[in-house]
Write a protein that binds this ligand. Structure first.
Ligand SMILES: [Zn+2]
Length: 287
């Protein structure tokens, strides 16, 4: 190895933080423009109030917002703190999801087995890499879906349906799941939620769950498998109920103003993807 391990870790952490912040910056654009049917590439970022282009300093992820002192330099309108918060979340999340799954030394060993000591060879070699890509994929789809669902109450097909083939690929490449496991997971995920949504609609006479949620569950099921996707549904329902009751009590808004379900599915999917073996062990003992 050219570098000792602590130095390698620091390099990786800085790179992943910067990479995650840039992804976050792009996901902000996705969350803002996708529901408005605008191009993701052109024009460059501009002030929503006066349309002045954001200066180069302001485009720097996370820090740009502080550098322009939280305001548009042209008209002085306040820039929402949500943008830097999303970038920071993506930066920290990327570092966490990577280091939680594998060490930089393992990563180097996966790509260049000759370069590292004690690297695994054979079919299992790429498994940690697949796991990290799966976590990041779930995270990077969860962020714009959550932002869009909170603001517009939709989960765009471009992300849910568009992401499902990638999810099937990642699930298929996971030896614990395989191609069949990924397909069954997608079918169970969307099937169960479709059944719940239809039943609710028939009993209550109005739509309680959007079909965006049904499509999103196919994406989630493909990477966590059928047991995982049932856990996701259970966990998301519990989270949704707790938050719903909390908001209902606080605002007296009543639960009729249905909460969007997407953000809870997103959070639950990440938790299950990261800790599924632990959760299954907790409920069902050693399996
Ligand atoms: Zn402006």
């Amino acid at each position: 190895m050219l570098l000792d391990e602590p130095t390698l870790n620091i390099f990786f952490a800085i790179f992943l933080f910067a990479f995650g912040a840039c992804i976050g910056s792009f996901l902000n654009v996705v969350a803002h423009r996708l529901p408005r049917d605008k191009s993701l590439i052109r024009p460059r970022s501009h002030c929503p109030s006066c349309s002045a282009p954001v200066p180069a300093l302001g485009l720097i992820p996370v820090f740009g917002w502080f550098l322009v002192r939280m305001r548009c330099q042209n008209c002085g309108v306040k820039v929402s703190w949500v943008y830097p918060a999303v970038e920071l979340l993506c930066a920290v999340g990327t570092v966490f999801l990577f280091f939680n799954t594998l060490s930089p030394a393992q990563f180097v060993g996966t790509l260049w087995p000759e370069a590292a000591l004690g690297s695994q060879l054979g079919a299992m070699r790429f498994q940690p890499l697949i796991a990290v890509l799966t976590h990041l994929f779930l995270f990077y789809t969860a962020v714009p879906l959550t932002l869009i669902d909170l603001e517009h109450r939709i989960l765009p097909d471009v992300i849910t349906l568009g992401g499902t083939p990638i999810a099937l690929f990642l699930g298929g490449a996971n030896v614990h799941l395989g191609w069949q496991g990924a397909v069954v997971g997608a079918a169970v995920g969307s099937g169960v939620l479709f059944f719940v949504a239809k039943t609710y609609e028939i009993i209550r006479g109005r739509e309680g769950l959007g079909f965006g949620d049904v499509k999103y569950m196919a994406l989630i099921g493909a990477v966590v498998g059928w047991q995982g996707v049932l856990l996701v549904l259970g966990l998301a329902s519990v989270l949704g109920s707790v938050v719903g009751i909390f908001l209902g009590l606080r605002k007296q808004a009543g639960l009729q103003t249905a909460l969007p379900f997407g953000p809870f599915l997103a959070a639950a999917a990440l938790v299950v993807s990261l800790w599924q073996p632990l959760i299954l062990n907790f409920f069902f003992g050693d399996v």
